[in-house]
Design a protein around this ligand. Structure first.
Ligand code: AHR
Length: 502
């Protein structure tokens, strides 16, 4: 099969917000305890954080990390996680049917974030609590001093405010599983009033209002229209979530699910535009895609714990999906979709970062290791910063029962703002045919290949493990550049990342 692509310097989608490559740490399973925090681990620093995990996160270079939930935040008391650790209460976490020791709270997470070099994106509890808790938390975190909450922060060891910019107004408030679920109108009102109070403290913070938990929700997309009607002028982002399952025997069809993601983004972008017009507003709202990933491998094994058959364990293994090679390709297609929609999607958070549906796993007392989905995320984060280009792609297409006209070649392109380079992220979604492709470079001169990496040739069910990180990038070969055209071939069901120096 053949494909032709044209990249033109003048045809850009938008400047990418680096926060598109963010992630998420929730108090869930082993994400925090024995994930990022394990004081008895040989690599633990003075604060109890695993240095081996920090080193792997730094390889990805995660610009922003959402915290502390997720479903967890909807019954969380942030005050439980401050002050001397020995005085902190253990509480029941109703979202995951576990016990929360509160040994990690905002101070510990902030120290960790500083060390990792990631911006904090904090969520307030609009499930079991509301406006009052949110404004106190904001004051505790961001006020310099001289008030009850800011002086309490100082007393607890942090002199300077953290000045956190990004705040989520609750989590998945449309979901029946959520503690304190609300209708769109109930939530819209609470979110608006909370946003108003938070803005009275500081009008420069960025606020994220909850959109739908998935495009499969019965309330989607009416939810977005109603919630934005209440909150449009007071928020900066609407949050969307989507998780992918592989229930297809045909991998081309599994990989076409990223098209549903594209439709979801387009629909919500239209609702944003419609609301902006309706309000005669100059203000812009963007999408914060702050939960996304493949999630299905662990669902059955997690049921007994989540349904309460195991009592209230502290930090049990939960949502520990072990990703296979098909998931590597899926994650690459998801990231391509975000890059192609960088004009409306400004923030993205892979859910999650460590142990819980994560690219990084740990063994308690043992090593940290990279899952099969680690590399497409790492390459996008490292080389996907700059301007997304709008490519013209000619390639054979296929049909599924949920998406039509799906290109076998899935590709995105970023012109770097850090050096003179152009990076292509490419997936061949065909099960059996290689694709010979050429990329015409218009408006770019003096092109040469500076890096070419391939992840392919594995059985689709191949996984990595603590013993063997089998799924690894290899060097790409056999490409040529003739008269400003890059020519190469990509094997069936393969990922390729090509960086061209300009
Ligand atoms: O990321 C796992 C869970 O998925 C989050 O807690 C919740 O927001 C979503 O349903």
């Amino acid at each position: 099969m053949k494909a032709s692509i044209t990249a033109h310097k003048q045809f850009s989608v938008a400047k990418i917000d680096p926060r598109l490559y963010g992630s998420f740490i929730e108090h869930l399973g082993r994400a925090v305890y024995t994930g990022i925090y394990e004081p008895t681990h040989p690599s633990a620093d003075d604060n109890g954080f695993r240095q081996d995990v920090i080193d792997l996160i730094k390889e990805i270079d995660v610009p922003v990390t959402r915290y502390p939930g997720g479903n967890f935040v909807s019954a969380y008391n942030w005050e439980d996680g401050i002050g001397p650790k020995e005085n902190r209460p253990t509480r029941l976490d109703l979202a995951w049917h576990t016990a929360e020791s509160n040994q990690v709270g905002i101070h510990e997470f902030a120290d960790w974030a500083e060390k990792v070099g990631t911006e904090m994106m904090l969520a307030v509890n609009l499930g079991s609590r509301g406006l009052d808790e949110a404004r106190s938390f904001l004051e505790y975190v961001n006020h310099p001093g001289g008030t009850y909450w800011s002086d309490l922060r100082k007393h607890n060891g942090r002199e300077e405010p953290w000045n956190v910019k990004l705040w989520c107004l609750g989590n998945e408030m449309d979901g029946p599983w959520q503690i304190g679920q609300k209708t769109a109108s109930e939530y819209g009102r609470v979110a608006f009033e909370t946003a108003k109070a938070m803005r009275s403290f500081d009008n420069n913070i960025e606020l994220v209002v909850c959109g739908s938990s998935s495009p499969m929700m019965d309330t989607y997309p009416e939810w977005e229209a109603t919630v934005l009607d209440y909150t449009y002028e007071t928020v900066n982002y609407i949050s969307l979530h989507m998780y992918f399952e592989n229930n297809d025997t045909n991998t081309s069809h599994y990989l076409a699910k990223a098209e549903q993601l594209g439709n979801y983004i387009e629909t919500v972008a239209s609702i944003i535009r419609m609301t902006k017009a309706k309000k005669r507003s100059d203000h812009n709202v963007y999408i914060s895609f702050d939960e996304w990933n493949v999630w299905y491998h662990s669902r059955e094994q997690d049921k007994p714990t989540i349904e309460g058959e195991n009592g209230w364990p502290h930090a049990p293994a939960l949502l520990e999906d072990i990703y296979d090679f098909a998931d590597t390709l899926q994650v690459a297609c998801i990231l391509n979709t975000f890059i192609r929609n960088a004009d409306v999607v400004k923030i993205g958070c892979m859910a999650q970062l460590v142990n819980v549906i994560a690219p990084i796993m740990t063994v308690e007392g043992g090593p940290a290791w990279r899952q099969s989905i680690f590399y497409p995320y790492m390459y996008a984060s490292q080389y996907g910063r700059g301007t997304a280009l709008n490519l013209a792609v000619t390639c054979d297409r296929y049909e599924t029962n949920f998406a039509s006209n799906v290109s076998y070649l899935d590709i995105s392109c970023v012109e770097s703002d850090q050096d003179d380079s152009l990076t292509f992220f490419i997936v061949n979604r065909h099960e059996t045919e290689a694709i010979d492709f050429d990329i015409a470079l218009e408006g770019f001169e003096h092109t040469r290949v500076i890096e070419d990496k391939i992840i392919g040739g594995y059985d689709l069910t191949q996984t990595n493990s603590p013993e063997a990180e089998t799924i690894q990038p290899q060097d790409g070969k056999d490409s040529t550049i003739i008269e400003r055209k890059f020519n190469a071939s990509i094997e069936p069901l393969t990922y390729r990342m090509v960086r061209l120096g300009l």
